[in-house]
Design a protein around this ligand. Structure first.
Ligand SMILES: N[C@@H](Cc1c[nH]c[nH+]1)C(=O)O
Length: 378
């Protein structure tokens, strides 16, 4: 290990504790289901999977966010609480290494979401600076999953399309392709093999008749039996699929979506840009825009210069658990982020907590930091 990396790994826990976090150790071997359900396509493919003696799916931890939340639930600790970690994560990669150091802070249970978001970005930048990274050579990009979802719902797209677009958020190419098929009705191929009878019932959104028809076909053995899916569930999906395939987006709606996605400006100008778009297109971003503004103010109060951050409406992170702010810090000219993080308000209850727990965090990549750091500050 390089001496720069070893020095970083020694200093990061102290820096986290100074920022009010408690260090947490989590096992390397983790249950795989939470990752398979929430990690998003890009990460899912890179997970090292195995099985326990009892057949339970396990994996080598591909990040710390999920294990930290699971450990928090298991310990039943009080909230709010900031957890920190520094250790190895495992992600398969074709040519490069598959083990990397990762360190970070997860902030659980702070109901003041704007303040917690602001503190997260401020801490991420503060830690980089304290590790000897010149902040003039880094670029911070901020996006907002909730704002994107709110904008989609304001367009009145069928829910299947909204879900499809939400899944592509954070993958620029997939998002472009999805917009392309929305413009041309290009996803019809996905329903070409559907029988005319099923197609008509799905198009008419006749759930009862469609379910009956599917049940009959299943009983006759005409359709493969999907383990665990009822005829009504299959019918519901089919209705959605046909609606998605049949939607060709109205030009003006598509232009509004493209105009939103093309917003790319310094963060201090983002509220003006969003408000102008809303005014021009008659869109109401409601509560999400309010939360976005409050976050900007909290960031400024936390000492972050908003003019130095970039807001990109199409910026998302390729993990499915995010629900609000997402961000990355990268060194200009270097591949891969130094820091990545965001808000994930649904994850902790999904993992088993009884109540909804607001949560936000960031992870640092010490290997990348070591190659550009000029030395940890004493
Ligand atoms: N676990 C995420 C980063 C993160 C921490 N907290 C929230 N997001 C990653 O590995 O990219």
């Amino acid at each position: 290990m390089s001496t720069a990396l070893a020095a970083l790994e020694r200093s990061l826990p102290t820096q986290f504790v100074q920022r009010g976090a408690v260090m947490m150790d989590v096992p390397i071997l983790q249950p795989s289901d939470p990752y398979l359900d929430t990690a998003g396509e890009a990460l899912r493919r890179r997970i090292f999977l195995t099985k326990g003696e009892d057949g339970r799916g396990l994996c080598l931890r591909p990040d710390f966010t999920i294990p930290v939340c699971l450990a928090h639930i298991a310990q039943g600790a009080g909230l709010p609480r900031r957890y920190a970690y520094c250790g190895t994560i495992f992600r398969q990669s074709g040519d490069g290494p598959s083990e990397y150091p990762q360190a970070g802070i997860e902030d659980l249970g702070d109901a003041d979401r704007a303040a917690a978001d602001g503190r997260t970005i401020a801490d991420a930048l503060g830690v980089l600076a304290d590790c000897g990274i010149d902040l003039t050579i880094v670029e911070t990009t901020v996006g907002d999953q909730a704002l994107f979802e709110q904008f989609l719902s304001s367009l009145g797209l069928p829910s299947g399309w909204q879900r499809r677009l939400i899944r592509t958020f954070g993958h620029d190419t997939l998002l472009r392709q999805a917009l392309e098929s929305l413009a041309t009705g290009g996803s019809r191929a996905s329903i070409d093999s559907l029988s005319p009878e099923l197609y008509e019932l799905a198009l008419a959104r006749d759930l009862a008749k469609l379910s009956d028809n599917i049940r009959d076909r299943m009983e006759e053995g005409g359709l493969p039996l999907h383990r665990g899916r009822t005829p009504a569930e299959i019918a519901g999906r089919l209705i959605e699929k046909v609606a998605v395939a049949e939607t060709r987006l109205d030009r003006t709606v598509l232009e509004r979506l493209r105009a939103f996605l093309s917003i790319d400006c310094p963060l201090d100008r983002s509220v003006d840009a969003l408000e102008m778009l809303c005014r021009e297109s008659g869109t109401d971003l409601g509560h999400s825009l309010g939360a976005f503004k409050a976050r900007g103010e909290a960031l400024a109060r936390a000492g972050v210069d908003l003019a130095g951050l970039r807001y990109r409406a199409a910026f998302g992170r390729a993990l499915d658990y995010y629900t609000g702010m997402v961000f990355e810090v990268s060194a200009k000219g270097q591949d891969g982020p130094l820091v990545g993080g965001g808000r994930y308000d649904r994850l902790v209850s999904y993992l088993g907590a009884r109540e909804t727990i607001p949560a936000v965090g960031f992870a640092l990549w010490p290997g990348r930091m070591a190659s550009i750091a000029s030395g940890v500050r004493a």
